[in-house]
Design a protein around this ligand. Sequence first.
Ligand code: SF4
Length: 457
Amino acid sequence: MSGLEKSIHIKTFGCQMNVFDSDRMESILVRQGYRKEADLAKADVLLINTCSIRDKSEHKVLSLLGQLKPLKEKYPHKVIGITGCVGQRMGRALLQRVAHLDLVMGPDGVERVGELVEEVVSRGRRVLETSFDNQKERSYSQPAVIDKVRPSEFLTVMKGCDHFCTYCIVPFVRGREKSRPIAELLDDVRRFVDRGTKEITFLGQNINTYGKRTGESLAELVLCTNEIQGVERIRYVTSHPRDLGMDLIRQFGQVEKLCPALHLPFQSGSNAVLKRMARLYTREEYLEKIAALRAARSDIALSTDVIVGFPGETDQDFEQSMDVIREVGFSGAFLFKYSPRPGTRAFEFGEEVPDSVKTERLAHLQEVCFGKIHEENKGLVGSTVSCLIEALDKKGRYYTGRTPHGKLVHVLNAGEACIGKILDVEVTEGNASNLKGYYVGAPRQDRTRDSEKAVSA
Ligand code: SF4
């Protein structure tokens, strides 16, 4: 049986890298003759692209798999597959545990998804693919099948990670670092720009060491991208404080299209905890990098990740994380309770911090951190910010976009035609998680979807 007339649905959990992988899988399967199906229950092939960074993410996947059992019993011809990090981590055990699962594959199987699905469809076999590819570098072109223009695109430039932070599952499920060649990435960027994209965010688990085995570098990639006509904004994520070198730091003051925003996770403000996490820097070194970034670009917006309740974290350790939050004044933050991941070193550490303590610490951290962000956002009221309009927000109310500093903006008088445009927006409201405002030069009339309908009715 060929893919012709059959439909696929890919459900994606986790990070932007997974979104990118899902686009690639979809692209491969569509080229093979599959039709995209928006309704998961109606698709002939259902792939769930998964994340295993936290325990909770895995539970969501397993719970969805449970819900799909009756569907598979009713329509046994349907193919159900798990791809991505949970597939890699659980592998054969997942196939054994879930009888209605046909395919389990890890992130390195993306390019082979077509043949793997075909093997299930045509031979009726259950398939497991969790081997890592051993090429020195990775090569593939960006997804060809995209429904609509995305003003802001993510582009995966490398995979894997050579660090082994003791809490992290990534090196086990995504393997060692492998970078894509710059020339190929620039071709991808040009294709995005030709379709109307204005902002590119390069993605890598430890992006600062992009190209280290191939003699290329992130600084070089940024410089070359800056030269491409039509690119208006460049960003990259995720940086590691030890690997963020002065060449990259200086670029924030030198490269025109590089946005003044950087995500730099510190994870803990305590040197003792950082050591147990094997983060390879101290709190002092982290703060030195922050000072260098601000010296290079005084208005740079910094965001971070913090883990609370890492094994053995004392009240004093936690206070040191609070100090860093207070001292730096981040513009954005992802704050998490430590989640033990089987297979990592920290899983064996013991000295588990009780969940009630983790919850209390997290709440305290959130209050201070998000309070500061709220103050910063309120301080922007009355100013004019530049905003690239990306889409209607999730609730379908406002057209939204981001400033070069990465602030999310709901533009109250923007309509569909504004998507892909960079507008000057006067900020009228600063909330904890977003700004609201009106774009300058247009009537100040709220154009939520409902009011648009009302106008056109
Ligand atoms: S650098 Fe990031 S991806 Fe790599 S092991 Fe540490 S936390 Fe995980």
